[in-house]
Design a protein around this ligand. Structure first.
Ligand code: AGP
Length: 608
């Protein structure tokens, strides 16, 4: 979603900002813009579409800036357009600001400003903030900011420049992430540390409602009472990653192929084969706390929720702990009951998903302990949680989540093993479970080597507009994930369904124009699934089966079979989902979709 990048210092601010924006591209956006101060005046450029369009435009303007704020916009209020792109300005064009988040009461504020004669040029909620600060400005910009902030409702991260203050950027963070990078006589501001980690690792995270005045050589941070507060800087340990697709056509394909290594990374140093259990260095809950857990609540959105759903099945089955996997955006409005012995597991690749973070805050306020599963060091979720298990999947750039899902399931499996071994699971069963986990990277590799077969099937079925993905037990959340991949990157309507539920309504949609992708690798429910697939066949439905090697039963039913290596039911979703990722990728490619940055989607969904 929207990404902010700012720079102040002696270097070429335009070049640094454009490169910074490129590092934020993965978040998803529809337009981009930049503003700076030149000869005491605000100068700016905005473009609809890719950052390269903005880059060309600023090159023509020959700007020589040492302070710049810039932004990639993902439209919420007002359609994607050059006018609605950030930055936005006050009526006198003395200030420019960029914003990430939503101003919930913007309509009322806009009306009251209009009544006072203010003319708006865009449809955005952001322009309201620029106009309000402009209206309050009487020579002291910080004062104008502090008079405006209490009027705003919602979530916002803002970077602002004013022509009367050419040597500073003001940054504001309220329920939306913003981090300041401190260099030598220069400073950076961004929604994501990855965008400037090549320049500096020293960072200051702004917390809720803090306001920072950033100069090249000085940083001041204020609380809501305009009192200056002491902020300690931290050193990032993340690497400056020069993200590259290598020889792959898309990041998404590269990340699908990263999975064997991602699984190895997720497992590395986290299990004890001799004792048949798992252990996590970073888990700072003591044994008694873990033994006292009587209920687990898993919170997440999208793909992370699918991984959580899988984890819930596993934890209940193996550790015999009641588990609820909830969609964070729904859960937070349920006025949840949290008992002392409940452990909350919040799962998020980005660590910035607004709904997940809001749910976590609600639960923290009720006294719950939060364990995060996250891929991004320094992200908001990591800072809010009591303890974090990192995915170690490496940066995921494709908007569609692939390797993060696999790593999430692997870590949930390890966590399940640890909790189960502390309770009823035998050492021998634990060791068997670990062996199955260790086999996974090679098993995924063998699926990747079968890509040509999956691509051929994808080409044959790419013209269909509706699909079902069916599975039972562990294969049900896997079918949800498979269907989501097809929806988001190929723009095809796909329904993930528990196969046993089809006859209760959805089967009405089955005909020769609606293929079914059947996820067959669940031994416990295999016979039942075959019966459900017969029901599909009887209604002229086509069946593309993802079936384990040696599964003979499916041969009489399926129109196509994609084989996956056999594993235990608890882990079978991983090979199956890897196939669905490749299937969606090749179908999307056949249809010419924008695979790495699908329309309307954002990598980090930072608004509710
Ligand atoms: C996955 O392919 C999606 N793009 C999306 O559902 C994503 O998983 C969801 O927005 C949650 O993101 P998070 O893991 O960063 O919290």
């Amino acid at each position: 979603m929207c990404g902010i990048f700012g720079y102040i210092g002696s270097r070429d601010a335009v070049k640094i900002a454009i490169n910074g924006l490129k590092k934020l591209e993965y978040r998803g956006y529809d337009s981009a813009g930049i503003a700076g101060i030149k000869d005491g005046k605000i100068v700016s450029a905005k473009e609809l579409g890719k950052i390269t369009a903005l880059e060309k435009e600023v090159a023509k303007m020959n700007l020589d800036l040492h302070v710049a704020i810039s932004q990639t916009r993902w439209a919420t209020h007002g359609k994607p357009s050059k006018i609605n792109a950030h930055p936005h300005f006050d009526a006198t064009h003395q200030l420019a600001l960029v914003h990430n988040g939503i101003i919930e009461n913007y309509e009322a504020l806009r009306t009251s400003l209009k009544d006072k004669g203010v003319h708006f040029v865009s449809d955005t909620d952001t322009e309201v903030v620029a106009q309000l600060i402009g209206a309050h400005y009487k020579g002291d910009i910080l004062k104008a900011v502090f008079e405006t902030l209490p009027l705003l409702k919602g979530a916002y991260a803002i970077a602002l420049i004013h022509q009367d203050y050419p040597d500073q950027i003001i940054a504001i963070s309220h329920n939306a992430p913003l981090v300041i990078g401190i260099g030598e006589n220069e400073a950076f501001i961004s929604s994501d540390t990855h965008s400037f980690v090549a320049h500096t690792r020293e960072v200051v995270f702004l917390e809720n409602s803090e306001v920072a005045v950033i100069k090249a050589d000085k940083l001041e941070v204020f609380n809501t009472a305009l009192e200056q507060i002491e902020k300690k800087s931290e050193q990032l340990s993340i690497e400056a990653i020069e993200s590259s697709k290598g020889n792959y056509e898309h990041y998404t394909l590269k990340e699908i192929h990263d999975q064997p290594q991602a699984v190895r990374n997720a497992l590395s140093g986290r299990f004890l084969q001799e004792y048949g259990t798992a252990s996590f260095d970073s888990l700072n809950f003591d044994v008694n706390e873990l033994l006292n857990v009587k209920r687990i609540l898993i919170l997440a959105c999208g793909t992370s929720w699918h991984a959580g759903y899988m984890g819930a099945y596993m934890l209940e089955d193996k550790a015999r702990i009641p588990v609820q996997a909830e969609i964070a955006s729904e859960f937070r409005y349920k006025n949840p009951i949290v008992q002392n012995d409940t452990l909350v597991i919040a799962i998020s690749q980005s660590g910035e998903t607004a709904d997940t973070i809001a749910a976590v805050r609600e639960l923290k306020a009720k006294g719950a302990k939060i364990l995060a599963l996250c891929n991004v060091e320094g992200s908001t979720l990591v800072r809010e949680a009591d303890s974090t298990l990192f995915l170690r999947a490496g940066q995921e750039i494709g908007v569609c989540s692939t390797k993060a899902f696999t790593s999430q399931v692997v870590i949930l499996s390890l966590f399940t093993l640890m909790m189960a071994r502390m309770r009823h699971m035998s050492k021998q069963d634990g060791q068997e479970f670990l062996k199955a986990l260790e086999r996974l990277p090679d098993q995924i590799d063998s699926i990747l080597k079968n890509s040509a077969h999956i691509e051929a099937i994808a080409k044959k079925y790419a013209h269909y507009e509706n699909f079902f993905y069916l599975g039972r037990h562990y294969m049900y959340p896997a079918s949800l994930e498979g269907a989501l991949k097809l929806k988001e990157i190929a723009y095809i309507n796909a329904n993930g369904y528990p196969a046993g539920e089809m006859k209760h309504g959805p089967i009405a949609l089955i005909n020769e124009n609606c293929p079914t992708v059947a996820l067959c690798s669940n031994n416990l429910t295999h016979e039942k699934l075959l019966s459900n697939l017969m029901e599909v066949k009887s209604r002229n439905g086509l069946v593309i089966a993802i079936a384990e090697e040696g599964d003979k039963g499916i041969e009489k039913i399926a129109d196509e079979i994609i084989r996956v290596p056999a594993t235990i039911d608890e882990l079978a979703c991983i090979p199956a989902v890897v196939v669905t990722q490749l299937l969606a990728y090749f179908i999307a490619k056949e249809r010419g979709a924008d695979i790495d940055q699908p329309r309307n989607l954002a990598k980090a969904v930072t608004v509710e």
